[in-house]
Design a protein around this ligand. Sequence first.
Ligand code: NI
Length: 136
Amino acid sequence: MSRVAIYRKAHFNAAHRLYNEDWDDAKNKEVFGVCSNANYHGHNYELEVKVVGEVDQQTGMVIDLKLLKDIIKDKIEDRYDHKNLNLDVDDFKTVNPSAENICIKIYDILREEIDDQFDLSVRLFETPRNFVEYPA
Ligand code: NI
C-alpha cells in the first residue's frame, strides 16, 4: 500500500496583538516589540494543511480534496478571516495569538474533523519568510 501526502493551501487575513496581561507595558514592549502595539496589526496568513494516508484502491485518492477544502473553509477560514484574533475569537481570549498558538489551534480543530487513519500536520505562514509547523 502506498502512502501519499496531499496538501491543501488556504488563506485568511486577521489582526492580532502579542500581549501578556501579567506583564506591564514596558515588559510587553521588551519581549514582543512592535507586535505588542496597543492598536493591533494585521497579517495575510497562509495555511498549508498536509494529510498523509494510503491511496484508496477504489478512488485513487488519499482524501477527497473537495472535502478537505470545505472543512478548512468552514472550520478555519470562516472562523478567523477578517477577525481580530484577540477580541473576536474565543480561542485566544486567554492564549496569546502567536503564529505558534494559532497553528496548534488550527491543528486541534482539524484533527477533530479528519479521520484518525490520516496523519495531519499544519503549516502557518505569518509572512512569506516566517512560518511555523505543528506537530514539529
Ligand atoms: Ni504579528
